[in-house]
Design a protein around this ligand. Structure first.
Ligand code: HEM
Length: 298
C-alpha cells in the first residue's frame, strides 16, 4: 500500500506557488534528504515535492520506468516547447497568499546552501477555474478516485503511488487572442466559452486544442492525464503554469507531439499560435513511503 502526496489531489485552494530549483549534488545526500523531510512535514499548506530524473536517481533506487529529463519539442511553423529542466520542484498551495508565501519561504530556506531558485511562479485560481483566455480549464479532468488511477503509478511497479509530472510556464498573447470573435476563440479551444460545452466533433476544427490534446492508444482507448494548471500574471505578462500528472510519462510526450505537430498526422494545435511555453521540465512526485525511505537512508 503506497500513499500519493495528498496535495496533488487537494482541491479548493486558490493560491498556488511553484518553485523550481537547481541542486548542487556535490553536497552529502543526507543533507538533501533532511531538507526534503523537513519540507514534507509542514502541515499548514499543501506541499508537493517532485524530483528531476538525475536527482531522484541519486537519492533513491525507486526510479520509475520512463523517468527522464524533458527534451525540447521542435514543432511546425517554428513553434518550440523548450526544455529548461531543473532538479527539484515544489508546489505550495493553500487558501491565503500569506500562508502560502510563508511556506514557500520556509521551503526555500530549508534548501539554501545547496539549491538555487531557478523559476518562481506565483499563481492563482481565476474566477470559476478559468484560464486567462476566459475558458474554463479542467472540465475533462478525471474526478476522484479515477484521478488517482490516472495520475499514479500502479501497485506492483517501481515508484508505485508516485506520479510523473510535467511543469511548463506558458506565456499568452492575449492581445491576439482577444482580437478574435468569441465564436472563433471557441474554435481554437474546441469548447464554448461560457459553459465549457464541447463543440460537436463534426463542426470542431481538427486543430482545436481539445482535439489535439486527446491522446488515444492503438485500440482507440484514451490515455488521460490529471491536470492542475493555474494562471499567473500581472498587467504586463499573463499565462498559465501548466501542470499535469500521469502514471506514464510518455502520455505527456504524445500530447505535446500532437499539439506541436510532430505526431504522424502532421497536424498541430491552433492554441500554440496564442500561447508559447517558455519553460519545460519533467519531475517525479514520489509516494510518501518513497520520500520517507530517502530520509531514512534506504
Ligand atoms: C497555454 C496552454 C494551455 C491552455 C490555455 C489550455 C487550456 C485548456 C482548456 C481551456 C481545455 C478545455 C477544458 C478542459 O477539459 O480542461 C483544455 C483541455 C485539455 N488540455 Fe489544455 N491547455 C494548455 C496546454 C495543454 C498542454 C501542454 C497539455 C498536455 C501536455 C494539455 C492537455 C489538455 C487535455 C488532455 C485536455 C482535455 C482534452 C479532452 O477534452 O479530452 N493542455 N486545455
Amino acid at each position: 500500500m503506497t500513499t500519493p502526496q495528498a496535495g496533488i489531489f487537494a482541491v479548493g485552494t486558490r493560491t498556488h506557488h511553484h518553485l523550481e530549483f537547481d541542486v548542487d549534488v556535490s553536497v552529502p545526500l543526507d543533507s538533501i534528504a533532511a531538507a526534503i523531510e523537513s519540507i514534507v512535514e509542514i502541515g499548514s499548506s499543501n506541499v508537493v515535492v517532485g524530483f528531476g530524473s538525475d536527482l531522484w536517481g541519486r537519492l533513491s533506487t525507486a526510479k520509475p520506468a520512463g523517468l527522464a529529463d524533458f527534451t525540447e519539442v521542435s514543432g511546425l511553423d517554428g513553434h518550440v516547447a523548450p526544455s529548461t529542466q531543473h532538479d527539484l520542484w515544489i508546489w505550495v498551495h493553500g487558501t491565503g497568499v500569506d500562508d502560502v508565501l510563508d511556506v514557500a519561504t520556509f521551503c526555500t530556506a530549508a534548501l539554501s546552501g545547496f539549491a538555487s531558485l531557478a523559476v518562481e511562479t506565483r499563481c492563482f485560481v481565476y474566477h470559476d477555474s478559468r484560464d486567462l483566455t476566459g475558458f474554463i480549464d479542467g472540465t475533462e479532468n478525471p474526478p476522484p478516485p479515477e484521478a488517482t488511477e490516472v495520475a499514479c503509478i500502479p501497485a506492483g511497479q517501481v515508484g508505485a503511488g508516485g506520479s510523473h509530472v510535467i511543469a511548463q510556464r506558458w506565456v499568452h498573447d492575449l492581445a491576439a487572442f482577444n482580437e478574435l470573435e468569441v465564436a472563433d476563440q471557441e474554435l481554437v479551444i474546441g469548447r464554448r466559452k461560457l459553459d465549457s460545452v464541447a463543440i460537436p466533433e463534426d463542426v470542431r476544427p481538427a486543430d482545436a486544442h481539445i482535439s489535439r490534446a486527446e491522446l488515444l492508444d492503438d485500440e482507440g482507448n484514451e490515455r488521460p492525464i490529471y491536470r492542475r494548471s493555474v494562471p499567473y500574471g500581472d498587467v504586463t505578462e499573463r499565462g498559465l503554469y501548466f501542470l499535469g500528472f500521469s502514471a506514464e510519462r510518455d502520455r505527456f510526450d504524445g500530447m505535446l507531439a500532437q499539439m506541436f505537430g510532430t505526431s504522424e498526422d502532421g497536424l498541430r494545435d491552433h492554441l500554440i499560435d496564442f500561447s508559447t511555453p517558455t519553460t519545460g521540465s519533467y519531475y517525479f512526485a514520489p509516494s510518501m513511503e518513497d520520500i520517507a525511505a530517502i530520509s531514512s537512508g534506504r
